[in-house]
Write a protein of this length. Structure first.
Length: 155
């Protein structure tokens, strides 16, 4: 279990460090769509924040109990609201908000007991372990990080 936990912790440490490098982007790089009909880097980073907060409030506290997990909010509504915030906030504000939410998430992950990492739980019809849940979130981050990096190498 420690290997799984360490893998997830390392991912989040790296995401925080990487996000700090985004402060070096120009406003044009930050606010321009990464591709036609896609979000900007601002919108992508901004949309990670409410999901970090959701995991902190409505997932992690339930891992150690046998209570069923609360339903997820409407994904599209959360993402659209977050994208709007990303479009309207200064780059440093969005990056600092992301770092703050991700740091809180990292601290909570570090405090998850090792014996919980292979505990199974259900979200709707899906059964998965705590590790599988966090692995899915890291894959989501990695997808967006790659999108951003690819867009920056093309400019």
């Amino acid at each position: 279990m420690m290997v799984q936990k360490d893998e997830v912790v390392k991912h989040h440490v790296n995401m925080i460090a990487w996000s700090q490098t985004l402060n070096n982007l120009s406003s044009n790089q930050w606010f321009s769509p990464i591709k036609e009909n896609k979000w900007s880097i601002a919108e992508i980073i901004s949309h990670l924040i409410p999901w970090d907060e959701f995991v902190l409030e409505y997932r992690i506290p339930y891992f150690s109990s046998n209570d069923s997990l609360p339903n997820s909010p409407d994904r599209d509504a959360v993402n659209e609201r977050a994208a709007l915030e990303g479009r309207s906030a200064e780059k440093s504000v969005t990056i600092n908000r992301f770092i703050a939410s991700r740091t809180k998430l990292l601290e909570c992950i570090e405090n998850i007991s090792s014996d919980l990492w292979d505990k199974t739980f259900r979200i709707g019809e899906t059964e998965l372990t705590v590790y599988q849940y966090f692995k899915g979130l890291t894959e989501h981050d990695t997808h967006h990080k790659k999108q951003i990096q690819d867009s920056l190498t093309k400019h």
